[in-house]
Write a protein that binds this ligand. Structure first.
Ligand code: GLN
Length: 188
């Protein structure tokens, strides 16, 4: 498959590497025309407010919303999860998201003492190393959202149809199993 990775800010290089290491081709997306011939899109970790603002500046905001609503498979990690949420709490004043997943996400949810941490997570029947960096968690989901992993009692990996999001950053671990779940279980 040809995987597009939104490359405005954040750890898009790591998602490009994870996609390529999973046997797919990957392209950095910085303009709307580049969305046209991809099979799936990844929204990286980074800073969700910055990514949303840059998406507007680069005239990608509405094209991405359009792609989400027409069924393109999309995976968002961390800031990318926030960008896929229909509702956020703890957002910046006026912060907008692409939306698509019927969930409320709390930004920077884990609090100061544990801003960043790693821990083993049960993800869709596999143990994966969860790297959390100023991560969000999911506060509440609609009935069509499937929870794939939880940490501290909160969903940290969810799926709704072709949309998939994790609070953590598998792209930083070298373990490809979460990306492969996206490619094999969601994109195909
Ligand atoms: N806290 C960041 C945000 O709100 C997300 C952090 C991350 O992607 N590691 O966008």
């Amino acid at each position: 498959m040809k995987i597009g990775v939104l490359a405005l800010q954040g750890d898009f290089r790591e998602h490009i590497a994870a996609s390529e290491n999973s046997g797919h081709s990957a392209v950095a997306i910085r303009r709307a025309s580049e969305l046209e011939d991809i099979d799936a899109l990844i929204l990286p970790g980074g800073e969700s407010t910055t990514i949303a603002l840059l998406a507007k500046t680069f005239e990608l905001f509405h094209p991405i919303r359009e792609k989400i609503s027409t069924g393109l498979p999309v995976y968002g990690s961390c800031a990318g999860m926030i960008l896929l949420a229909d509702r956020i709490v703890g957002g910046a004043e006026g912060q907008e998201t692409f939306g698509g997943i019927d969930m409320t996400v709390r930004r920077n949810a884990f609090g100061r003492q544990v801003e960043s941490f790693e821990g083993e997570i049960d993800f869709a029947g596999k143990k994966v190393n969860g790297v959390f960096i100023r991560a969000p968690w999911v506060e509440e989901v609609g009935s069509s959202v499937e929870v794939l992993a939880t940490t501290a009692g909160h969903p940290v990996a969810v799926r709704q149809g072709k949309l998939f999001a994790t609070s953590f950053h598998p792209e930083l671990t070298g373990d490809l199993s979460v990306h492969q779940y996206f490619f094999e279980e969601i994109c195909r």
